[in-house]
Design a binder for this molecule. Structure first.
Ligand code: SF4
Length: 308
């Protein structure tokens, strides 16, 4: 139904395959960035769910230069998947949190390898400005380019509760400026932060109104050493079941525009530091449940989307 597959939603990996003619693999990079919400600039505690890896999904490799990380990962992925094309992905911490002259060197050093066709930069909406966006916009003239903004929720009371350190309006300003520069934007949101179903759906409805280019959905999870893990142990939060999460995912995808690419719905990272919920690592089971739910409803992404 999407991208010449039987998928009922616009999976980003399949979208990339259509666009480039081969599968494109993301290379997660750690360029040694920090985060203003951890280093004391905004707060020193960070988001309540953030552990010491700063949302990095694999072992740190910051002892290697960015260029060498790219070479090493390309070799690994070629061996494992026979991969041919790649996107560099700055994932750990806040990847625009350095002066623009340094960012320029870091980003371009990840693009030197001839098989790297694009770049994706994960950051906070309060860590971009005109100069940084101009740099990323320049890169986008030669490379397939995305910015990934952590938003998590449109509800300021939730952003406060998770100690996010910015509000929804801050996201909206950054989003609009980024779109003015012609850069693709993927927005990260989190399910399970003490919000009602209605509040979660309001966030997705707003992203549908903005017609965001891409979305990543995370289930809130408690990792060892985080404030959230402490709250979980104190009985201050509980997590939903995998079934409830996938039904909700289905509801969410139904109201998004069909053009919005779906970058992530479930993951299998953090195996060794996961505290709860215990089903978090079962990525394929979760995605299979979602496929079955779409089939059961005879539904698909965008079926309930109404342009505003
Ligand atoms: S913005 Fe990202 S890196 Fe910074 S504290 Fe929050 S989750 Fe961690």
């Amino acid at each position: 139904m999407f991208n010449n597959t039987d998928k009922r939603y616009n999976q980003f990996s399949e979208y990339l395959k259509q666009k480039f003619g081969v599968k494109v693999y993301k290379i997660t990079l750690d360029a040694g960035f920090s985060c203003p919400n951890r280093d004391g600039t905004i707060s020193s505690g960070g988001c309540i769910f953030c552990d010491e890896t700063g949302s990095f999904s694999r072992a740190h490799s910051s002892l290697l230069s960015v260029e060498d990380q790219v070479i090493e990962e390309i070799e690994n992925q070629r061996k494992r998947f026979k991969a041919e094309k790649f996107m560099s992905y700055f994932q750990a911490y806040t990847n625009t949190y350095k002066p623009v002259s340094e960012l320029e060197k870091i980003y371009y050093s990840s693009l030197k390898h001839p098989d790297v066709v694009g770049i994706s930069i994960g950051t906070r909406p309060d860590c971009v400005d005109e100069d940084k966006l101009n740099l990323i916009s320049d890169i986008s003239k030669d490379y397939y380019t995305w910015i990934e903004y952590g938003l998590q929720s449109i509800h300021d009371k939730t952003l406060k509760r998770i100690n996010r350190g910015h509000d929804y309006n801050c996201f909206l300003r950054a989003y609009e400026k980024t779109k003015e520069k012609g850069i693709n934007v993927c927005v990260h949101i989190i399910v399970g932060m003490w919000e009602t179903r209605e509040e979660i759906m309001q966030t997705v409805q707003e992203l549908a109104r903005l017609k965001v280019d891409g979305i990543k959905v995370h289930m809130l999870c408690a990792l060892q050493g985080t404030k959230l893990a402490q709250m979980y142990e104190n009985g201050e939060i509980d997590f939903c079941t995998m079934e409830d999460y996938t039904y909700l995912l289905c509801d969410m995808l139904e109201i998004l525009p069909p053009e919005t690419t779906i970058h992530r719905l479930a993951g299998n990272g953090h195996r060794f530091t996961l505290v709860a919920p215990d089903w978090m690592g079962a990525k394929f089971e979760c995605l299979n449940l979602l496929d079955r739910e779409f089939l059961r409803r005879n539904s698909y992404q965008g079926i309930k989307y109404s342009p505003q």
